[in-house]
Design a binder for this molecule. Sequence first.
Ligand SMILES: CC(=O)N[C@H]1[C@@H](OP(=O)(O)OP(=O)(O)OC[C@H]2O[C@@H](n3ccc(=O)[nH]c3=O)[C@H](O)[C@@H]2O)O[C@H](CO)[C@@H](O)[C@@H]1O
Ligand SMILES: C=C(OP(=O)(O)O)C(=O)O
Length: 453
Amino acid sequence: MNLTEFSKSAGAAVGMNVDRITVRGGKPLKGSIQMKGAKNLVTKAMVAALLGEGPSELRSVPEISDVRVVQGLLELHGVSVERDGDTLRLDPANVRTAHETSINAHAGSSRIPILFCGPLLHQLGEAFIPDLGGCHIGDRPIDFHLDVLRNFGAVVEKLPSGIRMTAPNGLHGAKIALPYPSVGATEQVLLGAVRAKGRTELANAAVEPEIMDLIAILQKMGAEIQVDTDRTIRIEGVDKLVGYSHTALFDRNEAASWACAALATDGDIFLEGARQPEMTTFLNVFRKAGGAFRIQDDGIRFWHPGGALKPVVVETDVHPGFMTDWQQPLVVALTKAEGISIVHETVYEQRFGFTEALVEMGAYIQIHTDCLGSHACRFGQRNYEHSAVIAGPVELHGADITVPDLRGGFSHLVAALTAAGTSHISNVGIIARGYERFIEKLEALGADFDVEG
Ligand SMILES: CC(=O)N[C@H]1[C@@H](OP(=O)(O)OP(=O)(O)OC[C@H]2O[C@@H](n3ccc(=O)[nH]c3=O)[C@H](O)[C@@H]2O)O[C@H](CO)[C@@H](O)[C@@H]1O
Ligand SMILES: C=C(OP(=O)(O)O)C(=O)O
């Protein structure tokens, strides 16, 4: 089936129903594509709409499967969600308790259900949280989330089918210190504290740009939130919040991925809507590795300027460090750099599974349990394979690959696009969790491939 025929089938336009893709590598990706709102903000902004007394409007919403999962869950809870182009209108006027079985059926592959707790406890006095999805890149416990909710006064009951919560006396503010600046746990605090009784102080909070954009949304709704220079967040609970109107921050993770695709394929891609401030750390590494970029008012152009790529040493970290979701496509580009590169993953303990396929394609990558970085991280003494050494340059060759997770999957696509010969990639539907219309974007950039349902 060719792409035009395929695009006629439901869901194919956004890549959600695509299972297998055959890629003939060697063509540079060239052209212009548009960035939309960040998966890691939009889905949380949708949950925040539950807290308002009136409807909210969210613009620049990408067509990705995580948005569909959250939309389904909101609808199950009585929230009306209407899409008009890139805009979502969310009205929580008829919010109600949903049946556990239906919640489990709709939870899908996302981790966002855990963030429904605070808003549902405020609105309904109870919440049910299914087993969570998300990428399998480590244990991904939710202990910080549950501690936060207990601190707010929630009663947590673990059931075989999920977690049930109640708040017999409502939620009250609390003094909380996170053991690690978790993005999700920080959002859990924000979404719970804004309408809790009294004051909340959160020490060691995460301050990723997506969190700052969520804070901007909550402020528009009437919340009182202050972020201190030492990453302490103080929230004064209010009785009532109103709906918001907001244009979502662009997806800097998607932008970094396509930038690496340009570098690895000797290509040249303009990312309309990408912005410099949220990507400063990425841009530094991209330039060190031999990539070129030009910042424009309406986006950023990324390209391979010719000559050899250079090896780099990178440590992933919380913001403003190098984002863990950026390393996978970068690793593919680094297989082409002249020399030894090192990537020390300090956010997730098992995020190098995707490199096995790259090795099959001819890459020289070794994974180590030691901390190969400038500081020892949480995983160094615990035998986790969390440091990668990449030796280049190599010419990758085509292979049969199965996508393991979202970012790993995108990096496999990039590897196949840069490889000599043909690759068959299965399970590519996962990529639609976070990459809007990636099939159409690949076509627009001149990639040579066929899709199968
Ligand atoms: C939907 C979304 O926004 N996903 C992003 C979010 O994931 P997510 O919010 O799940 O990531 P966290 O920041 O919470 O996780 C960071 C670390 O904290 C640990 N941890 C977290 C919670 C907890 O209760 N206990 C615990 O030990 C995790 O196992 C991990 O090692 O931030 C990550 C780090 O920037 C990104 O890679 C993900 O793309
Ligand atoms: C790990 C990721 O997402 P999630 O937390 O939704 O699994 C990601 O976006 O790379």
